[in-house]
Design a protein around this ligand. Structure first.
Ligand code: COA
Length: 373
């Protein structure tokens, strides 16, 4: 069995951002407009009026202060409330491939090797722009990579599932290096007309190069162990899919966007993930107390703080439990990789950390890493 390392990472961040103040102002304008349009039915008691969203609630419930998006004006237009991302022709690089290529180029530059050494490209994300051809194959072609590529979707857990898949390919000798990308245009699956969830997500793309230890130079991170878990739940769900076309109701209902039972998710996912981390650490003979850093999926502040506390058995410091939610919001599969990419400072060779993601499915993945010399 050939061991794998995380050799390099990259991050593409859109150049537009929406603050909570801007988001709430747009939602409240939409709600006022909707209430005015439906005034008669509201007065009759047939419809409940929409109530305003609040910046204070959002910050307290989620820890989010801002999010990056591909298109700010469409989201903030009370008459639209969804991003405006024009379709591109088949001969143009697609929007999500462009994000992935930008993040991948950064990772490849940090790696410092030629793309001819990459044997596979994985696109691991919550939403793909089309069923086929695979986005990963488009990225592979744009970067001039040989070998094979495919898409995989495990919602917010996609990145850790991708790292494990890459590491297993390397372990069995199929390839020597894998590029994984996590393009997330969460703004296009989020219902900005839903007060309960309009603040949750942002857009971004991350990239990770996983390489065989026996050919890697110095630097990077040894992968000590990877573990995956799934458990069916309807509490985070998105019913968008090609069969919508064949359904008499057609498309456009709110369940064709992100929907969740937030409280249930909180209650059920926190113990599932905390127990999984503790069990996996024990099996790897890693003392959780000695973990220098947790790079958790950026779900929301309360969930992340609670998981950090359960895993370390004490209140983690901000350096131990990295939070990027404030600037990036929940970016689905990319969240834990953004945290890992931006916060690697202060590690001595031999020190360990944990990349962990969790989300819809339910699904969860753990990747324990050790700083290399
Ligand atoms: N602005 C102001 N008030 C709002 C609001 C908004 N945007 N959205 C909801 N509220 C109100 C509700 O109406 C409710 O009011 P009430 O008590 O008068 O009925 C109150 O805030 C609490 O609502 P609730 O939905 O119960 O909030 P919560 O405290 O459970 O927090 C989540 C909501 C989603 C932040 C929380 O459940 C959570 O963190 N869940 C984890 C889910 C998650 O992270 N999923 C991501 C995928 S991994």
């Amino acid at each position: 069995m050939i061991n794998s390392i995380i050799a390099a990472t990259g991050l593409f961040t859109p150049d537009q951002a929406i603050s909570n103040e801007e988001l709430v102002a747009a939602y409240n304008a939409y709600a006022d407009r909707w209430n005015a349009e439906n005034a008669a039915q509201i007065a009759e008691g047939d419809l409940a009026p929409l109530t305003h969203s609040s910046v204070e609630f959002i910050e307290k419930a989620s820890g989010i202060q801002s999010r990056f998006v591909l298109d700010k004006s469409g989201v903030l237009d009370p008459g639209r409330m969804t991003p405006n991302i024009p379709e591109r022709g088949n001969d143009e690089l697609s929007t999500m491939a462009e994000m992935a290529v930008a993040a991948a180029r950064q990772a490849i530059a940090a790696w410092g090797k030629d793309v001819s050494q990459i044997g596979a490209v994985l696109c691991a994300a919550s939403n793909m722009p089309r069923p086929y051809p695979a986005l990963a194959i488009e990225v592979q072609q744009a970067l001039g990579i040989e070998g094979f590529a495919f898409d995989m979707n495990v919602a917010c857990s996609s990145a850790t599932f991708g790292i494990k898949t890459a590491s297993d390919f390397i372990g069995s000798g199929s390839v020597k290096a894998v590029l994984m990308v996590n393009p997330e245009v969460c703004s296009a699956h989020l219902n900005f007309r839903d007060r309960d969830s309009h603040f949750i997500f942002g857009d971004v793309c991350t990239a990770v190069i996983i390489e065989a230890e026996d050919q890697a130079g110095p630097g990077g991170w040894d992968i000590l162990g990877t573990r995956l878990q799934t458990q069916f739940s309807n509490n985070i769900r998105n019913n968008f899919g090609f069969l919508n076309n064949a359904a008499p109701e057609g498309i456009g209902q709110v369940d064709k966007l992100f929907v969740q039972q937030g409280r249930k998710v909180f209650k059920e996912v926190v113990p599932m993930v905390s127990d999984m981390i503790i069990d996996h650490a024990r099996d790897l003979a890693v003392n959780t107390d000695a973990l220098k850093r947790l790079w958790l999926h950026q779900a929301n502040i309360n969930m992340n703080v609670l998981i950090g506390r359960k895993v370390l058995g004490r209140e983690p410091s901000p350096e131990e439990n990295v939070i990027v939610l404030d600037r990036y919001a929940n970016t689905s599969s990319a969240g834990s990789v953004i945290a890992f990419h931006l916060h690697q400072d202060g590690f001595e060779p031999g020190e360990t950390g944990l990349i962990c993601s969790f989300g819809a499915g339910y699904s969860a993945g753990t990747v324990f890493v050790r700083k290399r010399g």
